[in-house]
Ligand binder design. Sequence first.
Ligand code: 5GP
Length: 112
Amino acid sequence: MSGTIFTKIINREIPSNIIFEDEICIIIEDISPQAPLHYLAIPKKEIIGVSDLNDKDNVIISHLLLTIKKQMQSINVSDYRLVINNGSEAGQTVFHLHIHILANRTLGWPPG
Ligand code: 5GP
């Protein structure tokens, strides 16, 4: 796998609003926000989805969650929803693993 839109964003081949970046991950604003705050936390490693994780990716996944926690704390947002769509039937449209971060509105349950 190579070259989804997220790799192009990571490589600065196309623009995005970058909220945070380090050597393992990037957090960007979603281009089509579904809430007043809608970020995407994306590992720089090209992983298609949760189904494609291997045991060595535990460091990446831990890092993603802890980075999200710190980022949201830094902007004083305590309530938020994290979503991972795994596979097209579940709503995945970009086949590079990413965690949606949704906040700043009341979020219904169950999701559609
Ligand atoms: P999925 O449907 O795969 O769970 O989520 C993909 C997300 O990527 C969608 O929410 C979509 O709006 C976002 N997205 C698609 N293309 C771009 C883009 O070029 N830039 C940004 N920032 N987000 C994008």
